[in-house]
Ligand binder design. Sequence first.
Ligand SMILES: C[S@@+](CC[C@H](N)C(=O)[O-])C[C@H]1O[C@@H](n2cnc3c(N)ncnc32)[C@H](O)[C@@H]1O
Ligand SMILES: [Zn+2]
Length: 308
Amino acid sequence: MSMPSDPSATSTRITRWLCCPECHAPLTVNGSEILCPSSGFRGSIRDDVAVMLPEATESFFDDTFEFMMHGKLNPGDWSFGYAQQIESLTRSLKPGMLLVDVGCGPGLPYARPDGVEIIGLEPSFKSIRVNRQVDLRVLGSAYAMPLADASVDAIVCFYAIHHMVGDKVNDSISNLSRAFREFGRVLKPNGTLFVFEMTPIALFLCLQALGWNLGRRLIGKKLDMRFFSAKEVKAIGEQTLPRGTIHEMTEFKVSPAQPSHLFSACPGLEFRGSCTRWHRGFTNGECHPSERPVGGHVQSNECLPRAA
Ligand SMILES: C[S@@+](CC[C@H](N)C(=O)[O-])C[C@H]1O[C@@H](n2cnc3c(N)ncnc32)[C@H](O)[C@@H]1O
Ligand SMILES: [Zn+2]
């Protein structure tokens, strides 16, 4: 489904849905200028994209764009990477919800569910400017989301967290922790976070642990991915998401005989065979009913301690 661009609708959505990525204050839009009167942050509207990164020059994630556009998915790749995951995502979405697709790339792998509004957040300008399936295109990053506290119903992140790398393994862990803190901040009470990601086999993880820092030193930003183990993602979620968040881990298994070329074209690395066989969806579910804040104006999405 393709969304027509309409400058006045874009400005309205920016003021309605977005806030300053630095101080979270409301924004003003004047023509193509976006301004935070509190911090002085300036963004812009370019090609109908809300540019919310301080500098919107070339992003090295622009490389991913070529792959995302030209890597045609075969049916095997689809069942491996998306079919079951999308079913689990769309089952939870209801009309009236606001969904943020973090690292949405140039196109959504799922049909927009009826009545659900979608913000696409993406640090590659090349990618986000051609994504016509979202209601608002935002050039931005998961590390500093231009969204107010407790403002969205759901977040989905398809295969983006393995790109949240820094120069060392520990930087990648801090980056993902920053992203998760942001996810916890912007989700409404009872909101849901879906993180779909590959979890490579143990041998691959061992090799990655031994060689990633060196690889990054040698080939720099060409090594633009590092895979988290399911255990690491769970631990980061537990440390960063609001108290009382329920974690659900679902393993999406595919046949070991399944050929997959889905990830073979990523720059800098080539994956084939068993390391891409296992998928886990990491779902950060709702507060337990006894932990939901009741009544009043909710400032944060922190769940209340469970009643004894
Ligand atoms: C493998 S692509 C997946 C694209 C899309 N979600 C899909 O499944 O078709 C990973 C995406 O994550 C984006 N990404 C990388 N770092 C990010 C960050 N800090 N915040 C948000 N997205 C990021 C990349 O630009 C890229 O578009
Ligand atoms: Zn500000």
